[in-house]
Write a protein that binds this ligand. Sequence first.
Ligand code: 3HC
Length: 298
Amino acid sequence: PNITNMGLTARKIKKAAIIGGGLMGSGIATILILNNFNVVLKEVNEQFLSAGINRIKASLQSFVKKGQLTVEDYKKKLSLLCGVLDYEQFRDTDVVIEAVIEDMFLKQQIFSDLEKYCHHNCIFATNTSTIDLNIIGQKTASQDRIVGAHFFSPAHVMPLLEIVCTHHTSSQVIVDLLDLAKKIQKTPIVVGNCTGFAVNRMFFPYAQAACFLVDHGLDVYHTDRVITQFGMPMGPFRLADLVGFGVAIATRKQYYQSYPERCYQSMLLQILVEDNRTGESSRKGFYVYDDKRKASRD
Ligand code: 3HC
């Protein structure tokens, strides 16, 4: 869409809800409360909810340690967060950002459920990395409010935000999300709806090329070192650990299905998963991790 000529004014977003308190969901919640939005964080059980809230607390505490937040501000920001296990608190939310695992059926169900609880102007955003938004919205009557809000891990740090729109997404929703992005200090790009959107369509071939080289004999750690010397903040294997192999495998599968002619299919991640190495969150991936997230080669 030609977003410069829409002539629309962004609606005010006061309260946001995040579904899923994993790495992405907790990072998104963190950046929202840091920028003074009221946030409802929904998880499926107490254990996952407290893990998500603890991640948010740890991020805020690190801002305190760096002197970027006072202890009083830490408490104020944290008071904006409300952890829940059901949808009751969703009735007055202005935007919901779904950040659950890359499971199409689960996402379809969530958006269909949301219609029963949220008011009709509430924006339905998904943080999916690769799944077609038209398919996610298939069971939802009001597809005009479905939009992609694709953050990058760690979500409270990485500046880029892909705003993904389908042919149904209303111009008003795009304007609202552009405004939200500005308020949480993200750099938004508006992209069309296709597997991998813009960034992952560039990123996957890079990650696949790295796997191809390792499959043909190159050393993982050496490859990462070379790439950091080239100027990337971390190498592709350290990054796969950060993102987590669950997400990486699910997103790459979608990519293979959509663009088979562009793909090299490596089994590297699956082999590690079979050995119970799933990335940094399980403390073992290509690297092993200590309590302070320090990576060492294995
Ligand atoms: N996992 C989670 N958060 C991390 C992290 C990690 N491994 N490493 C650092 N961070 C957080 C820190 O906690 C800190 O946040 P805080 O202020 O709340 O404590 C913040 O990042 C900055 O950390 P540092 O001061 O240690 O900064 P660094 O200079 O070491 O930078 C980095 C860390 C920002 C993670 C940097 O290495 C980087 O940019 N790496 C590349 C990240 C990237 O490419 N992300 C995109 C992933 S792809 C994706 O998400 C798309 C999806 O569709 C798959």
